[in-house]
Design a protein around this ligand. Structure first.
Ligand code: AMP
Length: 215
């Protein structure tokens, strides 16, 4: 199954993707994760990407398209994959379609996870991430047992630069202007399925599986 996850930052795409990996046995390709790793490793690509990410802007198409092309050509993507955070605008979607058409392996589904804006703000501004194992918490919805400390590995929790309030506003504006139009793009292709991304993670996942036709 070749799947694109649509939805605003904070809609829970990454969380659902992690669960889909287990169910379908296909990898998640998160351009946000790939870019954050490049930033943490201090690679030239990471250095270029960081300035855009810290401002909540999109990293140039040429950079992310190159990363995704390279990733989907790898062996573990033969059975399919879950694209999370890519494409982010129509230009990226068009290139992706072209590349996949050349490979003879078009997308099956664009799954949209829908969440209201005030909930998104709390999810994003409240998010804290473990420095060591990347486990995520939320100061409004899912506190760790001990403040500032990861339950899983004891690592320090911190707020990502791009989870600060000003950056989040910008990320949501960028989403409305550039990424939301992808709904129409994929609707025209007849491959959109939607679920409400509110409530318990496992309940949302049941709806996701039902939408994808898997029990
Ligand atoms: P995410 O974790 O998907 O919200 O991504 C975090 C940041 O990485 C975004 O705010 C962008 O700066 C950058 N980014 C991730 N995916 C893309 C993409 N497909 N195109 C451009 N920039 C991206």
């Amino acid at each position: 199954m070749r799947l694109v996850l649509l939805g605003a930052p904070g809609a829970g795409k990454g969380t659902q993707a992690k669960k889909l990996i287990e169910t379908y046995g296909i990898p998640q390709i998160s351009t946000g994760d790939i870019l954050r790793k490049a930033v943490a490793d201090g690679t030239p690509l990471g250095k270029e990407a960081k300035s855009y990410m810290d401002k909540g802007e999109l990293v140039p198409d040429s950079v992310v398209i190159g990363l995704v092309k390279e990733r989907i050509a790898q062996d573990d993507c033969k059975k399919g994959y879950i694209l999370d955070g890519f494409p982010r605008n129509t230009a990226q979607a068009e290139v992706l379609d072209k590349v996949l058409a050349e490979m003879g392996a078009p997308l099956d589904t664009a799954l949209s996870v829908d969440v209201e804006k005030d909930v998104l703000m709390k999810r994003l501004t409240g998010r804290r991430t473990c420095r060591k194992c990347q486990q995520m918490y939320n100061i409004y919805f899912s506190l760790p047992k001990k403040e500032g400390v990861c339950d899983k590995c004891g690592g320090e929790l911190f707020q990502r630069d791009d989870d600060k309030e000003e950056t989040i506003k910008k990320r949501l504006d960028v989403y409305d202007a550039q990424t939301a139009p992808l709904m129409e793009y994929y609707k025209k292709k007849g491959i959109v399925k939607s679920v409400m991304g509110l409530g318990d993670i496992n309940e949302i996942f049941s709806k996701v599986c039902a939408a994808l036709g898997k029990k």
